[in-house]
Design a binder for this molecule. Structure first.
Ligand SMILES: C[S@@+](CC[C@H](N)C(=O)[O-])C[C@H]1O[C@@H](n2cnc3c(N)ncnc32)[C@H](O)[C@@H]1O
Length: 374
């Protein structure tokens, strides 16, 4: 096959020309071709839904690592916000394809750059900055924080889930200055380490962070964070940092504000311990017929709403089953029993076998033994 052959794909109401041998699943990797990953359609659908709520008419919106332009062009066409769109990719092929895709979708006023993102961010400021790299976002976030206007939003993807979730703790320490550890809930600690790191980076520049929508999906973490200027705001964000501990023998887990001087338990952090989503934004967010991943978006929004107010660090039914040597009950049944006993409980979007509750571990094990079978 001719390597530069293009095919037309449709996402939402946007038509995109992309290389015929595009990536269909997983994180993908850098090649000479312009990058397009079909599996990220869900992430782009969420960007569209969120953009409809948060983008403002006079905003400067940057898709900083745009590849085919899929995300930025969709936001321009499908959010109806009226902001000014800027798309950037240092690959000349990508920039040419972005221009072609912009024309095909009648997006005539988009500005397309072919520059190094770091250099662009050091010269211009934006209200919404999307950073969707191969792997870690660490090399772009400091410049993006400085480029982001007051009350603006930083949207960051990280596909280096293995270091963040404790498979490669040394890499995590180097990139994020944090301890990561494997645990049944390490998808959550991974996301919270990333968010905590963004908050620490922002604090250096006297900016506070408000997470709008932060989640795990497929092979990546995605954070949408509002940036507010002010030393006090930065201080308040730092107060939302802590450490997660876990004792595999008792299944006890929790958050402590400081790193304990001596602990035998598994520990992760510093990480963000506050809420991951804005309840106001989630109340307004609704899926829509035009989206290719409409059902998945509906399900995710329902789970995110259910998790508002839930404590950090989820459990998995199978770890409780193993611990109690029982067969796991239906997850919905367990969540219902926890709720009717007065505890907070919800399923979690982090894991199809996961649930959250504020019931103390001893009581949780007792209740689990009642609702499960031998
Ligand atoms: C994972 S892809 C982006 C995918 C895209 N956001 C989408 O939704 O399809 C990363 C892109 O970043 C570009 N890139 C990598 N390093 C860059 C840099 N320093 N400055 C600008 N673009 C860069 C690559 O050429 C590639 O197209």
């Amino acid at each position: 096959m001719n390597r530069s052959q293009l095919v037309k794909v449709r996402e939402g109401t946007t038509d995109l020309m992309v290389p015929a041998d595009f990536c269909r699943k997983g994180p993908g990797r850098s090649t000479e071709e312009v990058f397009y990953n079909r599996q990220m359609e869900f992430s782009r659908d969420i960007s569209v839904l969120l953009g409809r709520i948060v983008l403002k008419a006079n905003w400067r919106i940057l898709d900083g690592l745009a590849a085919s332009g899929a995300r930025g062009l969709r936001m321009a066409k499908e959010c109806g916000s009226g902001g000014r769109l800027f798309l950037n990719d240092r690959s000349h092929r990508a920039a040419a394809l972005i221009r072609k895709n912009a024309r095909a979708n009648d997006i005539d006023d988009a500005v397309v750059y072919c520059r190094d993102l770091g250099a662009l961010l050091s010269e211009e400021s934006f209200d919404y900055i999307d950073i969707d790299p191969f792997g870690t976002p660490v090399r772009y976030v400091d410049a993006a924080i400085q480029s982001c206007r007051n009350e603006g939003i930083l949207a960051v993807t990280a596909t280096d889930t293995a270091p963040l979730s404790g498979t490669y703790p040394r890499t995590c320490a180097r990139r994020y200055g944090a301890i990561s550890a494997r645990s049944p809930f390490s998808r959550e600690t991974g996301l919270r380490i990333l968010l905590g790191w963004i908050a620490r980076e922002a604090a250096k520049h006297e900016r506070g962070c408000e997470p709008i929508l932060c989640f795990y999906a497929d092979h990546y973490f995605r954070c949408h964070v509002r940036m507010r200027k002010g030393a006090r705001r930065a201080d308040r964000s730092l107060e939302e940092l802590g450490f997660a501990f876990y004792d595999p023998k008792t299944l006890q887990r929790g958050i402590v504000p400081q790193r304990p001087s001596r602990t035998s338990d598994t520990l992760a952090g510093p990480l963000w311990v506050g809420s991951l989503h804005s309840p106001e934004v989630l109340t307004l967010m609704t899926s829509d017929e035009s989206l290719g991943t409409r059902r998945r978006c509906e399900k995710a929004i329902e789970l995110w709403r259910g998790e508002i107010g839930a404590p950090a660090l989820y459990y998995r039914v199978d770890e409780l089953a193993k611990h109690t040597k029982r067969h796991p009950p239906k997850l919905s049944h367990l969540v219902q029993r926890l709720q009717s006993s007065g505890a907070h409980s919800s399923r979690t979007d982090f894991d199809p076998k996961g649930f959250k509750t504020d019931m103390p571990i001893g009581e949780l094990i007792e209740l689990f033994e009642i609702v499960s079978t031998r």
